[in-house]
Design a protein around this ligand. Structure first.
Ligand code: PSU
Ligand code: MN
Length: 305
């Protein structure tokens, strides 16, 4: 039995893939764990709409009752959003038991890439990716997202990574693993809420076509692995670096004091930063995801030409 026998495509996604139409994958950890209800469901549906508006078919990905799903109904999105933290956060290592026990899982970047690749989807849009945590030289806390970028041929369009991580070490790790990091219209790695981080990206590309060409070259040469496309938050929604960095320092202190570990680290830090910065960070988060969805759709359209 192949992994493919575990996969369920929605009729629309199945038809789009068969006919070679552009498709963009979306993750579900951002729905269940990344935003409060009901903004999470509203955003997930708005992101799908934005992808359609830009000429591609959205494929929101999750594990539902042990099935690896690409393309969810609005009811399924509502279910994942309402159940929130009650849905397991599913990274690569969680898949075997979630599937065999017929459980639900909100897919991280890593797992969304795995399922997208199985389905034949090449482009994936999200908010932020996981990375090397601050203090990883002691804790060894490095997101499985980075390993997945090294091995699975899917392009991830994001707004960089949050400074809850060690962005310098994250870039070093991606370099070691041979993952190209592209700045879309920028020379600098964006830091999610802010357009700049102080770290340079490998390459700056300025159009969806150039990004699509780079990915096609990577795959045609058989280099394997994915590509990280970092798209800065639109200027008008970017946050004051001081406000966000103060919140991040506080969140890191709180996590250390409480002894948060393992897969809970990222959700705890993200949740705490949100509590400390309130509506402004949620608004920025929603806007940057929509911005990434539009770019990913444009790239998917170019890739299919
Ligand atoms: N970073 C964000 N927002 C997110 C995540 C990370 O700014 O929602 C989620 C993504 O689903 C990502 C996951 O794949 O957290 C990484 O978790 P971990 O660090 O435990 O690998
Ligand atoms: Mn971790």
């Amino acid at each position: 039995m192949e992994l493919n026998n575990y996969l369920s495509l929605s009729p629309e996604v199945k038809e789009a893939i068969e006919k070679g139409r552009p498709v963009v994958a979306l993750e579900s950890t951002i729905i269940s764990h990344g935003m409060p209800y009901p903004q999470n469901v509203e955003t997930a549906l708005a992101v799908e709409k934005e992808i359609r508006r830009n000429g591609a078919v959205p494929a929101t990905i999750a594990v539902i009752w042990g099935r690896l799903k690409a393309g969810l109904t609005p009811e399924e999105i509502e279910y994942l959003g309402k159940k929130g933290r009650g849905v397991a956060k599913a990274s690569r290592r969680d898949l075997p038991v979630l599937v065999s026990q017929r459980l639900d899982g909100a897919t991280t970047v890593a797992t969304t890439m795995i399922i997208a690749a199985l389905a034949g989807i090449k482009v994936f849009a999200t908010g932020g990716v996981g990375g090397v945590h601050r203090g990883a030289e002691v804790t060894m806390d490095i997101s499985a997202d980075l390993e997945e970028l090294a091995r699975t041929p899917v392009m991830v369009v994001c707004a960089g990574a949050k400074s809850i991580l060690d962005l310098g070490l994250t870039l070093e790790y991606l370099e070691t693993k041979g993952v190209p990091v592209i700045g879309y219209g920028t020379d600098e790695l964006p830091a999610f809420y802010t357009r700049k981080s102080g770290f340079k990206v490998d390459y700056r590309l300025d159009s969806p076509r150039e990004v699509a060409e780079a990915f096609n070259a990577q795959q045609e040469m058989g280099l394997g692995g994915g590509m990280l496309v970092t798209n800065p938050v639109p200027e008008e929604y970017s946050m004051d670096p001081e406000v966000i960095n103060t919140a991040i320092s506080q969140a890191l202190e709180d996590a250390a004091r409480l002894g948060v570990k393992g897969k809970e680290v990222t959700p705890y830090l993200l949740g705490r930063v949100k509590e400390l910065t309130g509506g402004e960070s949620l608004e920025a988060n929603i806007r940057l995801v929509l911005n990434n969805a539009a770019l990913a759709a444009a790239i998917a359209v170019e890739m299919n030409k």
